[in-house]
Design a protein around this ligand. Structure first.
Ligand code: GLN
Length: 248
């Protein structure tokens, strides 16, 4: 179970390599949502060749990357950080992977001439398709808890097609856009506190409710004090509109 110390401790994995598409914005969003409520925030990082402490953070974050950079991270992850990431997830820490980071949560990422290892946290694999990249605004319906179905809206841009194995549950159902493989209507993955998604652009500023869900879940809280979310709600409405959904 997460321990509530009144401080959210976030560890960014490979923050200088896995950071395309405004991943920094996701980290800033977590920081601001905490600070505005008087919750402390600590940002740690673990890059190439650096150790990963499985007890040091409540949330481990890995963003998107180009295949070239992703390759370096995949090899380092498999060699140095895999066990620690499993241990972190086993004790209930959140592991959030976005796009390239999502792909690396699975078993493998198959490139044309090489198969990269993943962290093996969830039952999925990704194949780099020589065909067109899956690009565009995207909206998915997710049901994370008893609060009922909600919408995550964002942007996707991936050459990889992700296939869920029989033990994997998708994060959501595609309402608009491509999703995991452009075919089966599923998007992302969820196993307890492990979450992967192709949505970025960035994900959390467009979906403040989800940022709050992550913060609450990471700290083991039932809920969080409300904030004045007029700007955030407008950003969410705009992202929904961009994906072709009604604003509400
Ligand atoms: N390199 C991966 C792909 O193209 C992930 C891209 C990304 O993170 N945007 O599928």
């Amino acid at each position: 179970m997460p321990r509530d110390r009144g401080v959210l401790r976030v560890c960014a994995l490979y923050p200088t390599l896995m950071n395309i598409y405004a991943d920094r914005g996701n980290l800033l969003m977590l920081q601001r949502r905490c600070e505005w409520r008087g919750i402390g925030f600590e940002l740690l990082a673990s890059g190439l060749e650096e150790p990963l402490d499985p007890d040091a953070a409540d949330l481990y974050y890995m963003g998107g990357g180009q295949d070239r950079d992703q390759r370096l991270c995949a090899l380092d992850l498999a060699e140095r950080k895999r066990d620690a990431l499993h241990a972190a997830a086993d004790r209930g820490a959140i592991v959030l992977g976005v796009c390239g980071g999502y792909q690396l949560l699975g078993a493998t990422y198959e490139l044309a001439d090489e198969t990269l290892p993943g962290a093996g946290l969830v039952d999925l694999w990704t194949v780099r398709d020589p065909g067109p990249r899956l690009i565009g605004n995207v909206a998915i319906e997710v049901e994370l808890d008893d609060a009922g179905p909600r919408v995550l809206a964002g942007f996707e841009n991936h050459g990889g097609r992700t296939h869920l194995g029989p033990a994997a549950t998708p994060l959501g159902r595609v309402l608009r856009g491509h999703g995991n493989d452009g075919r089966d209507g599923r998007e992302g993955v969820r196993r307890d506190t492990i979450i992967g998604t192709y949505l970025h652009g960035p994900l959390l500023p467009k979906n403040a409710w989800f940022a709050d869900w992550l913060v609450a879940c990471a700290l083991g809280r039932e809920g969080l004090a409300p904030l004045d979310d007029r700007l955030e709600d407008a950003a969410h409405a705009e992202a929904r509109r961009a994906a072709g959904l009604p604003a509400r």
